[in-house]
Design a protein around this ligand. Structure first.
Ligand code: PEP
Ligand code: MG
Length: 877
């Protein structure tokens, strides 16, 4: 027998025991000990839930015994008895994980009622109506929540009785009606389950506790956990608490309230209540609740008391509280308090106000805003009222946040044309490729059928701050006929849809979007984050426009400029193709000579946008076949355009074909085969820097980055190639310009041999997109297809392309950082994979001592806040 304790009376716990008692349980305990009126009760711990699972979904003997013991204590203190006809104890059973988690079982009220105790309650309260009203509610809730009988079936019975009686509201039913309903409910229960409604209160209780535990693992809860980084092994606690009745007449009631406005953060109490009602009536919208202010007239003493306690709780928790209360015949009880959920704007205002009010330090305030929440203050969002009315018709991955609405078009070209004609466009593609860039730029939103969170569409859309829903398997696109289908409904070119890139939902028609208002609190708050953090934040940007946007959002440099995106620009692609199909070095150099001035201009634009901030430019990375068409017809057209024969072009295309391009002829391998490409790029990088330095006086120190290195000799080969060019130019120009040559660490072999690699590399930038792909051995473009099965089977709990796999890929990052520093103590370390904008991954980067993270412009503020939070949690020098 273990001496673990699985059940805690409220008076035995406190707020610091959240992990064990869950949020609700810990706060009920804390309130109890603060002397706030809380109905008596106990919490079955999260560890009991974990044990329930490890025991094969059974509540073991130890736990059962402790539950019964705790129940006996509650019976003594309340002087009531479970199952007693004379003075029955009724309880509520509610779940409560460490963090509040929609998707799980929520609440069962009035547990303990049966055919006998209902009579006891009637006698005791002298209110038969009340007793049977409570009983019918209990049967319905228990049947629905614990046994899975559809709620609708009970509601139908209720509606039928009301109709027969010719009344509209539940409150118009009398005791006899309710008795009849109870009988009908019990009949329904028996019909559905083939057994009677349980009359033994202890059996009811154990069934309910079991239901809470098993709801921890229902599909909705699993999805919620994955989206919110909540580990599956936390488990949930269960709170069992004496019922306080809000439905005992006009001096009773129930309500919810926030100490500040959760939408705006305004310091004003915000709440609603219903007289003569139980909890679910407020939420269910059966009757319209009254504003809390009215309680002052209805029950002034309760109102005063409530206001006093609410203030006390806010001061005690030093945060905005979200409270549930019940008034039973003039006596006020608190059933819950927690730090209230709030919009990003409210979160920012409250954090800043609490510091001004002296309740929080800046460090503490920084922890009060969820970094991911900042998304919503950086992108347009749908009008919340409008969104409530809309119904999602499909959903995919929330690949890039924001709200977009427009007419659907199926090719990049059409998106561009219609955008130029002044239309709002949503680009719908099976998947996007680099050729779609212009269409993507022209679109309000992008919807793809295939692809994960690091698919081309997702990465590029996030970079541009364009809303994107990716991997939406619910729709089938027919690119030929320019239609797509969702279920029965067919959408044609020009039809309106709306996309919510923050949830992944797709809507039919138009939903009104509102521009975000970034209030002054945002600026104040972010300035505090910057004062605190040690980890720098750069951006991944390929254009001056993105670079400027990122600087506005606080980027301190560019961590990754992907030069291939520039190669795809419309005016470059002919020269790029010419370079690829070139038969001789001379031909290739001719083509490169055409590209050189264009690349130089690109870099000039970027340096000017970034002024003196560091800029890391990466040499060409993607496989060359991406620049050539694959369809017969397109090859034919292009051959004509290029003035070469179809056969010649087809031969080039065929020779470039690869079975696995992700592991093929890309990255520094291109520079090894065609050093002249690297030479041209190095020249453009350095000439641009010299030009901007001379014209603008900025002290620029270019950082040239070599991708996909796995072996020091290949790094040295490419480094020597570019160094020769760069040094020659510097000498010729007679200028004193420093530069750095470094590498990406994105192949496991590079991480493993990082001590050697650091002999040549002056900086490392962890390319965790490829590093994740190659460490797991699954393709970043295809993994989305099967990862869902891994989540369902709890093999993985999150997408490793979004959130760094700290145990595996992270271990390589940590090891390579240490090895790199052994060789070169001042080596600069950064990350430029998508993880650079993910809060938990940013925290990891802080903890392993990286110098910076680099992420898409719209995630820069998120990374800044995550870095500050990491510093508060784990201070580093
Ligand atoms: C990476 O692999 O993490 C990276 C940043 O490079 P890319 O996404 O361009 O392959
Ligand atoms: Mg890469």
């Amino acid at each position: 027998m273990s001496n673990k304790k699985y059940v805690y009376l409220f008076q035995e716990g406190n707020a610091s025991m959240r992990n064990l008692l869950g949020g609700k349980g810990a706060n009920l305990a804390e309130m109890t000990n603060l002397g706030i009126p809380v109905p008596e009760g106990f919490t079955v711990t999260t560890e009991a839930c974990v044990k329930y699972y490890s025991d094969g979904k059974k509540i073991g003997e130890e736990i059962s015994r402790e539950i019964v013991q705790a129940l006996r204590v509650v019976e003594q203190t309340t002087e009531k008895k479970f199952g007693s006809k004379e003075n029955p104890l009724l309880v509520s059973v509610r779940s409560g994980a460490r963090v509040s988690m929609p998707g799980m079982m929520d609440t069962i009220l009035n547990l303990g009622l049966n055919d006998d105790t209902v009579e006891g309650v009637a006698k005791l309260t002298n209110n038969i109506r009340f007793a049977y009203d409570s009983y019918r509610r209990f049967i319905q809730m228990f049947s629905d929540v614990v046994m899975g009988i559809e709620k609708r079936k009970f509601e139908n019975i209720l509606d039928q009785v009301k109709e027969e009686k010719g009344v509209k509201f539940d409150t118009e039913l009398d005791a006899n009606d309710l008795k009849g309903i109870v009988n009908k409910f019990k009949e329904l229960y028996k019909k559905e389950l083939g057994k009677d409604f349980p009359q033994n209160p202890e059996e009811q209780l154990f069934e309910a506790v079991t239901a809470v535990f098993s709801s921890w693992d229902n599909p909705r809860a699993i999805v919620y956990r994955r989206l919110n980084d909540i580990p599956g092994d936390w488990g949930t606690a269960v709170n069992v608490q004496r019922m306080a009745f809000g439905n005992m007449g006009n001096t009773s009631g129930t309500g919810v309230a926030f100490t500040r406005d959760p939408a705006t953060g305004e310091k004003t109490i915000f709440g609603e209540y219903l007289i003569n009602a139980q909890g679910e009536d407020v939420v269910a919208g059966v009757r319209t609740p009254q504003p809390l202010k009215k309680l002052q007239q209805d029950l002034p003493e309760c109102y005063e008391k409530f206001m006093g306690i609410a203030q006390k709780l806010e001061n005690h928790y030093r945060d905005m509280q979200d409270m549930e209360f019940t008034i039973e015949q003039g006596k006020l009880y608190f059933l819950q308090t927690r730090n209230g959920k709030r919009t990003a704007e409210a979160a920012l205002k409250i954090a800043v106000d609490l510091v001004k009010e002296g309740l929080l330090t800046k460090d503490e305030a920084i922890l009060k805003v969820e970094p991911k929440q900042l998304d919503s203050v950086l992108h347009p969002t749908f009008d919340t009222q409008e969104l409530k009315k809309a119904k999602a018709i499909a959903s995919g991955l929330p690949a890039s946040p924001g709200a977009a609405c427009g007419k659907v078009y199926f090719t990049a070209e059409e998106a561009k044309v219609h955008h130029q004609a002044g239309e709002d466009v949503i680009l719908v593609r099976l998947e996007t490729s680099p050729e779609d860039i212009e269409g993507m730029v022209a679109s309000e939103g992008i919807l793809t059928v295939r692809g994960g969170m690091t698919s081309h569409a997702a990465v590029v859309a996030r970079g541009m701050g364009t809303c994107c829903v990716a991997g939406c398997g619910d729709i089938s696109v027919d690119e030929q006929s320019k239609t797509f289908q969702i279920g029965e409904k067919k959408f044609n070119e020009g039809d309106y849809i709306s996309l919510d890139g923050s949830t992944g939902n797709v809507y039919d028609g138009r939903i009104k979007a509102v521009e975000p208002e970034i209030s002054g609190h945002f600026g104040t708050f972010m300035a505090w984050a910057d004062e605190i953090r040690k980890l720098k934040v750069r951006t991944n940007a390929d254009t001056p426009k993105d670079a400027k946007q990122a600087v506005k959002f606080g980027a301190q440099g560019i961590g990754l400029c992907r030069t291939e995106h520039m190669f795809f620009e419309e005016d470059r692609i002919p020269a790029v193709r010419e370079m690829i199909v070139a038969k001789s070095l001379e031909q290739r150099e001719n083509a490169l000579a055409k590209l050189l001035p264009m690349q130089r201009e690109d870099f000039i634009g970027i340096y000017e946008a970034m002024e003196e901030r560091p800029v890391t430019i990466r040499l060409l990375d993607p496989p060359l076949h991406e620049f050539l068409p694959s369809e017969e017809e397109d090859i034919e057209d292009l051959a004509k355009e290029m003035g070469i024969s179809y056969e010649e072009l087809k031969a080039s295309v065929d020779s470039l074909h690869e079975f696995n391009p992700m592991m093929g002829h890309r990255g520094c391998r291109l520079a090894v085969s065609y050093p002249e490409i690297a030479r041209m790029q190095a020249r453009a990088i350095i000439e641009a820097a010299i030009d901007v330095r001379r014209r603008k006086g900025y002290n620029i120190m270019p950082e040239i980055m070599i991708p996909l290195v796995g072996e020091i000799k290949e790094l040295k080969f490419v480094k020597d190639t570019i160094k020769e060019v760069v040094d020659q130019i510097i000498e010729k120009e007679n200028i004193n310009m420093e530069y750095k040559i470094g590498t990406m660490i994105e192949i496991p072999r590079a991480a493993i041999t990082a001590d050697e690699i650091a002999k040549e590399a002056e900086f490392f930038s962890f390319g965790t997109n490829d590093l994740t792909q190659m460490t797991f051995g699954f393709s970043r473009d295809d993994a989305a297809k099967f990862l869902n099965y891994y989540y369902d089977n709890k093999i993985y709990e999150f997408d490793p392309f979004q959130k760094l796999d700290q145990n595996g890929v992270g271990k390589l990052v940590k090891m390579a950082s240490e090895l790199g520093k052994q060789t070169r103590p001042d080596i600069k370390l950064g990350i430029c994979g998508e993880h650079g904008g993910d809060p938990s991954s940013v925290e990891f980067c802080h903890n392993v001592g990286l110098n910076y993270v680099s992420c898409s412009p719209y995630r820069v503020p998120i990374a800044r806040l995550a870095a500050a939070q990491a510093q508060v949690k784990n201070p580093r020098q």
